[in-house]
Write a protein that binds this ligand. Structure first.
Ligand code: ZN
Length: 310
C-alpha cells in the first residue's frame, strides 16, 4: 500500500476583485474553478478555490476576494510566494503564452534544481511556474484554456520569508514529513515524497515594512491523512509548545490552525471528504455552494455577492 502523501494541502490568500481573480486563474493560468463558496467567517464575500483536473489535495489555491480591501505588502513571518507545477516540456509554451497575455515574468531561472519562471497575479501575489518531469505524469485538465498537456498539475511548493529558518523547519520536519534537501546562502529547501506540493523554501531575511491586504498569503495548509492523524498532529503541536485551534469542520476537510514559530499561520487539513462531497465531480465550481449551516441564508447571501462568470 502506498503510504500517505505528505505535503501542502491548500494555500489561501487575500484578493481584490473576485471577477479579476477568476479571470486570471481560470482564463489566463487555465486552472479549474473547483469550488465557488463564501468565506465561512464573512459569508457576504466569496471564497474561490482553484485546483487541478481531479481537485485533489495539493492543488487548492484558494482566495478570499475583498473588492474594497487595500493593496497589501508582504513581509517577514509570511508565506510570500506560491509555486505551481507544470511539466518540464511546457517551458516554451508558457513563455509564449505569457508574452501573448501580457504577463511579465522573470526567468527561466534555477529553483533548487528545477527551471522556473516568476510572475505576479493581478493583486501582486508572487507566483512561480516550476517545470517538473514528475508533474507531467499527473493527468492534465481537459477543459482548460491551456492545452491539456501543458496545464498546471497542482502546487510545486511555497516560499516562507522568516527571520530564522530552524524553528519552522523543525515543525515541517516533525509534523509534516519534510526533510532538509539543500541550502544555498540564505535559502533552505525542504521536500517530501508527494507528487505535488512537496517543496518548501525558507528564505531568511530582515524585517521590512509590510501591510495586510490584497495579494497577501493568509495561510498554508498541510495534509493529514484522516481525522485520527489530524488529532495526533494536534497533540504534537501542543507538545511543541505551540497553540493549536480546536478541530474545525470546513465541510470539505477538517482543520486545525496554529501559528508557526516564524509567524506563518499554518493549517493541518484532512485529505477528505474532498471538494466532491457536495457536488457532482464533473460539475465542480459551477454553482454557489454553501456549507449546510449557511444554507438557510442562501437567498440573502446570493443577493449580496457580485455575480462572477468563468
Ligand atoms: Zn485553509
Amino acid at each position: 500500500m502506498k503510504s500517505h502523501q505528505k505535503g501542502i494541502h491548500h494555500i489561501t490568500a487575500l484578493a481584490g476583485d473576485p471577477q479579476q481573480n477568476a479571470d486570471f486563474y481560470v482564463k489566463k493560468l487555465g486552472m479549474r474553478l473547483v469550488k465557488k463558496s463564501v468565506n465561512q467567517d464573512d459569508p457576504g464575500t466569496y471564497h474561490l478555490f482553484y485546483g487541478n483536473a481531479e481537485a485533489t489535495p495539493g492543488s487548492g489555491m484558494t482566495f478570499f476576494p475583498w473588492p474594497m480591501a487595500r493593496q497589501g505588502k508582504p513581509g517577514l513571518g509570511e508565506a510570500v510566494k506560491v509555486a505551481l507545477a507544470v511539466p518540464s516540456v511546457s517551458i516554451e509554451y508558457w513563455a509564449e503564452r505569457f508574452g501573448k497575455e501580457g504577463i511579465d515574468f522573470d526567468g527561466p531561472y534555477d529553483r533548487f534544481g528545477r527551471q522556473a519562471i516568476g510572475f505576479k497575479d493581478p493583486d501582486r501575489m508572487a507566483l512561480e511556474l516550476v517545470f517538473d518531469d514528475e508533474a507531467g505524469d499527473l493527468p492534465g485538465y481537459e477543459n482548460s484554456t491551456v492545452p491539456t498537456k501543458h496545464t498546471i498539475r497542482g502546487f510545486y511548493g511555497t516560499t516562507l520569508f522568516l527571520e530564522q529558518h530552524k524553528p519552522t523547519a523543525d515543525v515541517l520536519k516533525s509534523l509534516f514529513g519534510f526533510t532538509e534537501a539543500e541550502n544555498e546562502g540564505n535559502k533552505w529547501h525542504y521536500t517530501t515524497n508527494a507528487d505535488i506540493g512537496s517543496s518548501v523554501i525558507i528564505e531568511e531575511g530582515e524585517p521590512k515594512p509590510s501591510a495586510n491586504g490584497t495579494g497577501i498569503i493568509h495561510h498554508v495548509a498541510f495534509r493529514a491523512e484522516d481525522d485520527d492523524e489530524l488529532k495526533s498532529l494536534r497533540e504534537k503541536v501542543l507538545e511543541m509548545g505551540l497553540s493549536p485551534s480546536q478541530v474545525i469542520d470546513r465541510h470539505w476537510f477538517h482543520s486545525v490552525y496554529f501559528r508557526s514559530p516564524g509567524g506563518v499561520l499554518f493549517e493541518i487539513a484532512t485529505d477528505g471528504p474532498g471538494y466532491d462531497v457536495d457536488e457532482d465531480p464533473n460539475k465542480l465550481g459551477q454553482k454557489l455552494i454553501l456549507p449546510p449551516w449557511l444554507e438557510s441564508k442562501r437567498e440573502m447571501i446570493e443577493k449580496r455577492l457580485p455575480e462572477i462568470t468563468v
